[in-house]
Write a protein that binds this ligand. Sequence first.
Ligand code: FAD
Length: 415
Amino acid sequence: MIGPIFGGFGSMRVSTGKASGSENRVFTVVVEGFGGGRQRRGERRFTVPFEQLQTLMQAIARKGGRIRVVSSEAVPSGPLATSPADGPASAPPAVEAAPADPAPAPAQTSKPKPAAAVSHADVPVNLYKPKDPFLGTVVDNYNLLAEGAIGRVNHITFDLAGGDPQLHYVEGQSIGIIPDGTDANGKPHKLRLYSIASTRHGDDLADHTVSLCVRQLEYEKEGQTIYGVCSTFLCDIEPGAKVKITGPVGKEMLLPDDEEANIIMLATGTGIAPMRAYLRRMFDGSERDKNGWQFRGKAWLFMGAPKTANLLYDDDFNRYQAEYPDNFRYTKAISREEQNSKGGRMYIQDRVLEHADEIFTMIEDPKTHVYMCGLRGMEPGIDEAMTAAAAAKGINWAELRPQLKKAERWHVETY
Ligand SMILES: Cc1cc2nc3c(=O)[nH]c(=O)nc-3n(C[C@H](O)[C@H](O)[C@H](O)COP(=O)(O)OP(=O)(O)OC[C@H]3O[C@@H](n4cnc5c(N)ncnc54)[C@H](O)[C@@H]3O)c2cc1C
């Protein structure tokens, strides 16, 4: 059985699964950009016993190699192989000996970079603060739900032109909205945060708009229907109105720069907002022409909604899937219309469990990032599903999740 290892240099951990110990395993490391000349461009594969793994990793780090995949395999009882020639029959093929590196190992002074780092440089933060917000103009406000849907969700676009500084942002950030009026104490309302649903270029690609996906908060209290202050303000707002905007804020949900990254997205309801921005950046034709970021990795969206009519931006995602079948996969969980394997409602965590094997195979690749966004209530369900899915592959999720987080590959924004 192949046992996975995750994280690249920054968070290298060995999962021995059900095996009795690491000393009974061989490790295969696939490296890119290793060595000199023509070799640098290709992939190389090394298979070593456990006691040589650390040395191999140090050599790869020194030579600037990028680890693509690490896997381990139990060796039948008997002496371990130290070279391809006398390796175990079950060892993976195309084995190379560990790279010799006679140079003394320099003391490691700086922390190794995570395998698939997200660039935080040049990310704008707090260009406009609550005391002096930017006054944006509403240019569009339309309903996103189909006939028969539950609740009210709108797509709202603001013009940001004319600010000094210009209010700009990147995908995965949020902005603050200060609704007009005063609270019960007569004080101005506080800001509410909303995930940005447009790319940095804006829906019209003119570089000066921002779009949000807003659900009107509605709940019952003591026999009365209560509507949220800011979400109602936004869903009701008319084009031409001026709105106080702050931010942008947030660096948790940034996309990696790597055009070959893999992006797994778990969204419920308006948690789709940042994913809509990512997917436009990846697959919308005009946006791609404009941004020059030619995404070539795999993107997989898991979207949870109560009814089909509540799916948000569904037509766009179906189109991306038709146009980029090798790069985009779209998996829906419609809780009130579909059943899980136990006959209960189909939630996003049930879909995660169904595809556990593929998800964890993707996560083994250091280029894979996972993004989760939506109501806070979705977290325990996803965590449970990831725990079960990981266990099926002999992995301890409680140990792996913080490693992924540290490597900036596990991104969560729930509210
Ligand atoms: C980072 C971040 C990103 C966000 N992104 C989005 C987004 O993309 N889209 C979006 O629609 N929202 C988003 N939100 C949520 C948003 O900020 C607001 O919280 C939401 O719109 C409600 O604000 P409101 O002013 O309408 O409600 P308020 O008038 O502020 O009412 C909220 C309050 O009502 C009470 N309440 C709520 N539900 C119930 C209930 N069932 N029973 C009893 N009391 C209840 C609670 O006290 C709660 O604090 C995000 C939040 C964060 C932190």
